[in-house]
Design a binder for this molecule. Structure first.
Ligand code: ZN
Length: 170
């Protein structure tokens, strides 16, 4: 789906809601992983989620997965065909693939991998975006950088010296 002005203003408004949810649920300390995701279909909020990995002792409880699970429950089926997934942080490979399995057609994110510390991404050279562009281009559109300047401060900066025990990917 080509990006349009309407898309851009909707994206900005939904991202503002996602940021609000992240901060409301988890505050603004990067150590508390204030990441939030929304599933939106036909202009309506279907489900939302925040990162619950620490609370649930569940490595798969990323905000996007939590939101997609809730969306499936709300829809009464596993697929939310044509939905848009909003995330305050660029989704990892797991969440991007989950979006494909769930039938999401757009992923819109705030802060990108260059805006934050490398601990947030499991891959070194191949970005999930490249992978998707190569393998699934027709099925999933990715739009990044929406309110990135508001999302990025919720996470560790690229130059931060993040304590080992706070790093998820080592
Ligand atoms: Zn993820």
């Amino acid at each position: 789906m080509p990006s349009t002005d309407q898309n851009a203003s909707d994206d900005s408004a939904w991202m503002a809601k996602a940021i609000e949810l992240a901060v409301e649920a988890k505050g603004t300390n990067p150590a508390d992983t204030p990441i939030a995701a929304l599933v939106v279909m036909d202009g309506k909020l279907v489900a939302s989620g925040v990162n619950r990995t620490a609370e649930c002792c569940d490595a798969t409880a990323h905000a996007e997965i939590v939101a997609l699970r809730a969306a499936g429950q709300a829809a009464g089926e596993m697929r939310v065909e044509g939905a848009t997934l909003y995330s305050t942080l660029q989704p990892c490979g797991m969440c991007t693939m989950a979006s494909i399995w769930a039938g999401v057609s757009r992923v819109v994110y705030g802060a990108g991998r260059d805006d934050v510390h490398e601990m947030y991404f499991e891959d070194r050279h191949l970005s999930t975006l490249d992978f998707i562009a190569d393998a699934y281009k027709d099925d999933l559109t990715l739009t990044g950088g929406v309110r990135a300047d508001e999302c990025a401060p919720l996470y560790f900066h690229p130059w931060d010296d993040v304590p080992e025990d706070l790093q998820g990917n080592d």
